[in-house]
Design a protein around this ligand. Structure first.
Ligand SMILES: [Zn+2]
Length: 260
């Protein structure tokens, strides 16, 4: 796991698998942990990363509730969980989904955990809206399209945008069940001005990027999605993201868009 300080109040850790991002953000005496790394040793290390930075984590936030983003309770078992209203609806609709998918991943990769995943009843946050952290305010923006839920978190005093599974330098746009190309494109339109005003952008997967890089990824992702919508399987993948793994994601996208 790699930890990067972006600001006195913001530290990002990236998991060894999928480079899944976890953002620790502090204001005053309190800190939140946004999303999570994946492996047990990384989750075990996270409280030490937080305390070395002088952060006291009191709450968890999740940009969306795909299983690899909601593991923070393993690191901070006492912390409350805040998610956007659409994410809360997803959790209510299928409360066992994250635990089931985590178990499948762990079985496939022979990963052992201290226990099964337990999620506390989440606090549903209005999106768009705000969320108080100590003396500061986090701004929540809708970010659906990858999934049916999703929120981007704008940390204004640090100039950091935590956008969830968008603007990734390492993976192409992924249209999961519940997501759609139209909603994804609308989210990119909403993120664009936030990216322009940011100092750092934290994608759900991949190391933090500066706004110039993030804007380049945004343009590539928009072009890819428009081509996916118009040309299906023939849509060219962004040049730097043409790995076999991304071709698999592309084939899945074609299937989902075709079925929609
Ligand atoms: Zn993800």
């Amino acid at each position: 796991m790699r930890a990067t300080g972006l600001h006195a109040d913001v530290v990002v850790a990236n998991s060894r698998v999928w480079q899944t991002s976890c953002t620790l953000v502090r204001a005053g005496e309190e800190a939140f942990c946004i999303d999570s790394p994946v492996y047990p040793d990384e989750l075990e290390l996270l409280p030490a990363v937080a305390s070395q930075a002088g952060f006291t984590v009191v709450g968890l936030l999740a940009t969306h509730v795909d299983w690899d983003h909601v593991l923070g309770r393993y690191a901070f078992p006492e912390a409350s969980l805040g998610v956007g209203e659409p994410s809360a609806a997803r959790l209510t609709g299928d409360p066992g989904d994250a635990a089931r998918k985590l178990r499948a991943f762990d079985e496939e990769h022979y990963v052992e955990r201290p226990g099964p995943l337990t999620l506390p009843p989440p606090q549903a946050l209005p999106v768009p809206g705000v969320c108080e952290l100590g003396p500061r305010t986090l701004h929540l923006h809708p970010a659906d399209g990858h999934t049916a839920d999703g929120m981007a978190i704008w940390i204004d005093w640090a100039g950091v945008l935590v956008c969830g599974d968008y603007l990734s330098p390492v993976e192409i746009p992924m249209i999961s069940g519940g997501g759609s190309v139209g909603a994804y494109l609308a989210t990119l339109d909403r993120l664009e001005p936030l990216v322009e005003g940011a100092t750092w952008v934290v994608p759900g997967h991949g190391a933090p990027v500066d706004p110039v890089q993030a804007a380049a990824v945004l343009r590539e992702d928009r072009a890819y999605l428009e081509a996916l919508r118009d040309r299906g399987a023939d849509a060219p993948l962004p040049l730097a993201r043409r790995t076999d793994a991304q071709k698999v994601t592309h084939a899945e996208n074609v299937g989902r868009v075709g079925a929609a």
